[in-house]
Design a protein around this ligand. Structure first.
Ligand code: CMC
Length: 429
């Protein structure tokens, strides 16, 4: 029994529950015995006050605007580290030494190609299919192509499946893009770094050489790093819930991809850019701001607000800097979409509605602007988020599978439907 306890009074009775402390962050009331002791459930749709697991991977302090991967602040990692090193950190808990990083990079690099048969799998999709629809299908189908790494009870197979997914996600996403524009698939190049290789697979064509600009590659690497993990968000919780039934890792990550697609989550970067385009010119911003405030209108300013960050999104600060660098390089400062973005940011940050509700631009607001400038269609934005987040999903999935206390996830409910009643035959209805 921990030292601190919480007392719950129901009628004349008082029940006591242990209070558990993590290394940092709020304590939690351990209510695992609540139902047995009281016959009651807790009610928390949206999990706003419920911790569903123990984790030592990522920590967020939403009030301070702090995001730590394994204790390291995101701004330090984004400016001093790189995505592959961050992948290692998330997966194994510590920053790698030189030899460890070399070995890890080598293992990832050796798995970047996908099974040749997968090319035919793509051809079953319509050319105008959304890349996230393709990704959901293709990632799930990996279990059919790589069934020698689906035994979740075997740590070696878990490791191989993890490396395979981190290595192949850029290839899968780039193929979804190439398929949509009717260009031939481009094989990965293992002499390039992770971000440069992805850009190469997306933008090179057999007819001419494609040179990856280091500024663009750096911005891409940062986008990957900033999206690599984010604690128990909707898609990560989906991966954990799927994995709690011992489903194979490819199925679990496919479930994460599907959840990420929603516009309230990873789909926000696409929705944000589409919104900027819909606004079109700076003079139309007030009209959209009014719509966002109008409670009878479902419209929201996409790329603003966050469930956890109620101060600012620390990823947005880094992304904003990257956006400036890329736009300077590509010379698109006069781009009308960007002008709308800059003006909208200014207005929203000073409007009392947004200030009172602490609605700041989030990471997706800026990442969409960068990806647009680099030449990606909006439909690829969430696919890029998915490839970046894969390592986080895998790290969280591995942590859960390795936890001796793992249980199948099974939320309870507050039932509001009909009580038991007798079936009425069709002839009597
Ligand atoms: N535009 C206008 N009003 C907003 C917005 C917005 N983007 N976001 C929240 N509000 C208002 C909301 O109407 C409510 O007002 P009131 O208190 O008067 O009823 C208040 O702010 C609190 O909103 P909430 O819906 O209770 O907040 P939440 O924590 O449940 O929602 C959110 C978080 C991210 C779903 C929401 O802010 C949103 O829909 N934002 C736009 C979509 C977006 O950019 N999502 C990306 C999140 S970052 C990437 C990721 O991690 O996936």
């Amino acid at each position: 029994m921990s030292e601190k306890t919480a007392k719950l009074s129901i009628g004349d009775e008082t029940f006591e529950f242990p209070v558990l402390s993590g290394s940092v962050g709020p304590d939690v009331i351990d209510i695992r015995s609540l139902y047995a002791k009281t016959g009651l459930f807790t009610y928390d749709p949206g999990f706003t006050s419920t911790a569903a697991c123990d984790s030592s991977i990522t920590y967020i302090d939403g009030d301070k605007g702090e995001l730590l991967y394994r204790g390291y602040p995101i701004d330090q990692l984004a400016s001093q580290s790189n995505y592959l090193e961050v992948c290692y950190l998330l997966l194994y808990g510590e920053l790698p030494g030189k030899a460890e990083l070399k070995d890890f990079a080598n293992r990832v690099t050796r798995h970047t190609m996908v099974h040749e048969q997968m090319h035919y799998f793509y051809r079953g999709f319509r050319r105008d299919a959304h890349p996230m629809a393709i990704m959901t299908g293709v990632v799930g189908a990996m279990a059919a192509f790589y069934h020698d790494s689906t035994d979740i009870g075997d740590p070696v197979q878990r490791e191989i499946a993890s490396i395979r997914m981190i290595a192949k996600m850029p290839t899968i996403a780039a193929m979804a893009y190439k398929y949509s524009v009717g260009q031939p698939f481009v094989y990965p190049r293992n002499d390039l770094d992770y971000a440069s290789n992805f850009l190469h697979m997306c933008f090179s064509v057999p007819a001419e050489e494609y040179k990856v600009d280091p500024v663009v590659a750096k911005a891409m690497d940062r986008i990957f790093t900033l999206h690599a993990d984010h604690e128990q968000n909707a898609s990560t919780s989906t991966v954990r819930l799927s994995g709690s039934s011992d489903a194979n890792p490819f199925a679990c990550i496919a479930a994460g991809v599907a959840c990420l697609w929603g516009p309230a989550h990873g789909g926000a970067n696409e929705a944000a850019l589409n919104m900027l385009r819909e606004i079109g010119t700076v003079d139309r911003i007030p009209e959209f701001i009014e719509r966002a405030k109008d409670k009878s209108d479902p419209f929201r300013l996409m790329g603003f607000g966050h469930r956890v960050y109620k101060n600012y999104d620390p990823r947005a600060a880094v992304m904003q800097e990257s956006a400036r660098e890329v736009l300077e390089l590509l010379g698109v400062e006069d781009n009308p979409t960007l002008q709308v973005a800059q003006e909208l940011e200014k207005i929203a940050l000073s409007d009392p509605y947004f200030v009172e509700r602490k609605l700041y631009p989030n990471v997706d607001f800026y990442s969409g602007i960068i990806l647009d400038a680099v030449g990606f269609p909006t439909s690829m934005f969430t696919a890029i988020f998915a490839l970046s987040r894969t390592v986080g999903w895998i790290a969280q999935w591995k942590e859960m599978i390795g936890d001796p206390q793992k249980k199948i996830g099974r939320p309870r409910q507050l039932y509001n439907g009909s009580g038991a009643r007798d079936y009425v035959p069709l002839s009597e209805r």
